[in-house]
Design a protein around this ligand. Sequence first.
Ligand SMILES: [Fe+2]
Ligand SMILES: [Fe+2]
Length: 354
Amino acid sequence: MNTLTATVPIRAACFPKSQLHIVLRGYTSVVATAGLRRGSPLYATTHRHQTDAKRFISTTPQSKIKEFFPPPDAPHIKEMETAWVHPVYTEEQMQQVTVAHRQAKDWPDWVALGTVRLLRWGMDLVTGYRHAPAGKENETKFQMTEQKWLTRFIFLESVAGVPGMVGGMLRHLRSLRRMKRDNGWIETLLEEAYNERMHLLTFLKLAEPGWFMRLMVLGAQGVFFNGFFISYLLSPRICHRFVGYLEEEAVLTYSRAIKDIESGKLPEWEKLEAPEIAVQYWKMPEGQRSMKDLLLYVRADEAKHREVNHTLGNLHQGADPNPYAAKYKDPTKPHPGKGIENLKATGWERDEVI
Ligand SMILES: [Fe+2]
Ligand SMILES: [Fe+2]
């Protein structure tokens, strides 16, 4: 299989010469290098048939690039099954997903929103992302490449899979400890974590991070897992609100990437097809398997997480049943569910569109 290799030096005070090494699997043999240098403008160069391995700081041998996580080598197993089958989204439903913001209404909301804004600032810094002000979209320093988007997606998704697992784990332990039922929250939270991990695995079929990216993910997970664990013990309500705001940012990120594809700024992705793992997971129909389609699916998932977590943040954490796991007496009325058909009828306000 042909490969596309990108090296992304990271602008960070303590790692001025560090680099991210990403190997993209695609349909070309173009090798691209895109990087940020401290105090200098972003640059991007493209080389054909890059062969100088010393150029890249990576511990990943070239021979391992072909299959980052191959299927299990078990002769009697055809495929692996999941308990969390993804609901089917229609094209129309996915197109209706919008960037939206729930306004902060009290101090816990402000704590959650402030923390997300701080994390967003830090993430923009390490992934080299700068959002262009109106009218400056075409300036070089604001341009995102395929490699830079993938760096951002992989880092984002490696962090996004943590909250659902921590929340689900703590509610599971509380149920055991107090010998009380959980009212259906655990499954939804674990399913969210599973869904985020599927996002990560999908993007890892397109890019293989080098040691520096792995180090960043390791550090981020170590800090974020412990921080979220303690925070969830102290205030699960603030934590769900925090995840709701984090997911608003995720919807924004994927919306901007989709817009970049539509405006022709990401030519490598115009012909690239979604990896097989994504086709299977989202049950992507024939003719709707492009990179843009993939991002529409991922964005719809993020919009669902946004809705679920803002809703859970509105509830009494110890007493209220999870509305996404409930069966209702009157099925003719709109109720929360697993799909995205009722995004507007699920208990949090879409009161401000960015
Ligand atoms: Fe995600
Ligand atoms: Fe998400």
